[in-house]
Design a protein around this ligand. Structure first.
Ligand SMILES: NC(=O)c1ccc[n+]([C@@H]2O[C@H](COP(=O)([O-])OP(=O)(O)OC[C@H]3O[C@@H](n4cnc5c(N)ncnc54)[C@H](O)[C@@H]3O)[C@@H](O)[C@H]2O)c1
Length: 278
């Protein structure tokens, strides 16, 4: 099948490579000439020169979706992969009077290509069974479960998942801030807690820095703002952001003290270590 990939960044490159590997003909477009050149040197043709493209995957930052859709031929099914608040696909479909769907990408930046080829599941958000069938057919060779829902549910799943991951790291960062005040090793605490089948190791074993990366911080803000527009104050998510801000502040103060005093021991352990075993 002829497929377009609009935006050749982290998600676009992983999407294009996956689609090619499973047998599709992929065409690329990126506003950035260097990214465009990377696509061409990866063996892709230009989207602008392609005819009969059936599906275009939009892999641009969510703030650029309008401009990406502006010049796109309206015959194809435009599928958003960016992380967006619920209702975005429907609004854009109505505004641009064109068929649209939503398929979030769950990859991690550090392992993007591998994750895109080996997803735990794929989520297809359409209102139309024909469009759902088309997207299911495209990814069928990956042999992973494909869940079909309406676009707004798929949008809410993606943004909730990122807010969950942000919150779980923030929870462990809060435990870290408490442990730090007594010299307890929060990673030991987390690792042992995660032996309980109810506790995931995500965050429990890796924490102690403000939540980073390009996605989790911005997506939790997107969800807080979305809730705010609905008249709901997402207080837990706001507190999660504050925990991370506190951690960043602490790190800045510690850096300052190390720089001024040349000795970090007073910052790292105020009361000395406390034995783990009671
Ligand atoms: N990076 C991740 O790990 C990840 C994972 C899942 C979802 N996402 C989401 O996917 C979206 C894209 O993220 P990314 O990390 O791939 O971004 P990126 O910055 O790596 O790549 C985006 C690309 O889009 C191009 N672009 C911008 N406007 C354009 C336009 N109008 N037409 C054509 N190209 C245009 C940019 O030049 C850039 O090359 C975001 O919404 C992000 O939240 C990212």
């Amino acid at each position: 099948m002829k497929i377009g990939v609009i935006g050749y960044g982290v998600v676009g490159q992983a999407t294009a490579a996956t689609l090619r590997l499973i047998g599709h003909e992929v065409f690329v477009h990126d506003l950035n000439p260097q990214r465009m050149a990377a696509g061409i040197s990866d063996g892709l043709d230009r989207r602008a020169e392609a005819n009969d493209v059936e599906v275009d995957f939009l892999c641009v930052p969510e703030g650029h979706l309008n401009e990406a859709l502006d010049g796109l031929p309206t015959e194809s099914l435009a599928v958003i992969r960016s992380t967006v608040p619920p209702g975005t696909t429907d609004s854009l479909a109505a505004y641009f009077s064109r068929p649209m769907a939503y398929m979030p990408e769950f990859l991690k930046e550090a392992t993007a290509q591998w994750d895109a080829l080996n997803p735990a599941f794929m989520l297809v958000g359409t209102h139309d069974a024909t469009q759902g069938d088309l997207l299911t057919r495209i990814f069928a060779p990956l042999l992973v479960p494909i869940i079909r829902v309406e676009p707004a549910i798929a949008e809410m799943v993606k943004i909730s998942l990122n807010a969950y991951l942000h919150t779980i790291i923030s929870f462990w960062n809060e435990i870290h801030l408490i442990c730090e005040r007594t010299g307890l090793a929060s990673h030991v605490v987390g690792k042992i807690c995660s032996q309980d089948p109810r506790v995931p190791s995500y965050g429990a074993t890796m924490h102690g820095k403000p939540v980073g990366g390009r996605c989790l911080p911005k997506d939790v803000t997107q969800l807080i703002n979305f809730a705010g527009e609905l008249g709901y104050s997402a207080d837990l998510l706001k507190e999660a952001q504050r925990v991370n801000a506190k951690l960043a502040e602490n790190a800045a103060v510690a850096g300052e003290q190390v720089r001024v005093g040349g000795d970090s021991s007073s910052v790292q352990r105020r009361n000395g270590p406390v034995p783990l075993a009671a």
